[in-house]
Design a protein around this ligand. Sequence first.
Ligand SMILES: Cc1ncc(COP(=O)(O)O)c(C=O)c1O
Length: 407
Amino acid sequence: MATPEEIIHTMYSTMASRGAPGYWKTELPRITWSFDSGLPDPTTFPLDDFVRISDAVLHRDPSGALQYGRGTAGDLLYGYAGLRQLVIDQSPRSVGEPLYLRGVMLTSGGIQAITLAIQAFLDPTDIIAVEAPTWNMVVARIRQLDLEAIAVPLDEDGMLLDVLEERLQDLRAQGKRLKLLYTQSTFHSPTGVSLSVPRRQRLLELAEEYGFLILEDNVYGDLRYEGEVLPTLLSMDDAGSVMRIGSFSKTIAPGLRLGWISGHPEAIAAVSAIRGDLGVSQWMARVVAEYIREGLLEPHIAEVNQLYRQKRDLAASVLEQRCGPWLRFDMPAGGFNHWVELSDKVDPAAVKQQALAHGVDCRPGERFFGDSEQGKMHMRIAFSMVSMEEIERGLGVLGDAIEASLS
Ligand SMILES: Cc1ncc(COP(=O)(O)O)c(C=O)c1O
């Protein structure tokens, strides 16, 4: 566990990495174009449906919606059974997942599920494997909990499993063992890549052979703009090694704070046992369940995917036109961002400073690595929240900032 001094040090270095040390004490930079966070576009929030359904839910079942969940039904810690059953039955992306009601627990977003699972299965100094890069909140969690991390690089087919296997063999030779592997198998953030099906199969074999659990973060899995739906690791798992994370944050709205963790009932029981709260909102869970029962979720996902596909394409073409000579990226088939690599002619710290000074915020690549020496030449550009018009203007300003910073 980090000491208060370490926490303060981390805060200072985070501020410094944003190019404006100490800025919170003086003046916040005015951000006009925020490409920093992977937030959904607020114009997609299904406001009218939620007002109507919320009203109906409250009138129909006020004590179910506004009371604690019933302990006897498992609803207190696991959340409203009606929504858990829908997670099992309704999502086309859950196809083949061997789930029971006791194998699904609702959480306050995917982040709570990740945090609980890591804490349930790992003690300080235990070993976790993650992709490198990986989601910056997971990097932060690993530091906070003082875990040892195996960082496995990726290519366009996801995690490099021969590198993982080498590390597993090294650990075995030292009498150590990997306990948990966290992976974003589909539309990995920040890179946007997905683990290929043969590698999914091989990863499951490695989990069995070396006896580790897999925490599959699939919060971006529904945001697909082209290509075939991939089976989740959980749906391919016969051994009970996989727990998978889902969320309604990216597809509906993060303010719901509703996600879930699913897997073998014993694994989910272990995760539920360390919950420090009294479950998620019974009200919001009922509203989302009704929204799904009315058949509104799937068309909504199709609609938001159309918008995000347009944003992805526009952001890609502006980046090519305005920043083309100084960066490269691969087109992601889904998810919320472009992961760009700056050319060695560019000074990334100067770009960051110039961009912020002109109102453009992007997430620096080093935030996604445990080792601060890595990722310096990368940036994550989240196109999801910025409007089409502003994507064009904002990335144009980024292009100017890069040009101005050329060394
Ligand atoms: C990779 C990844 N996993 C999980 C989450 C969790 O989101 P939430 O807690 O809102 O479900 C996020 C949110 O940004 C994310 O980027």
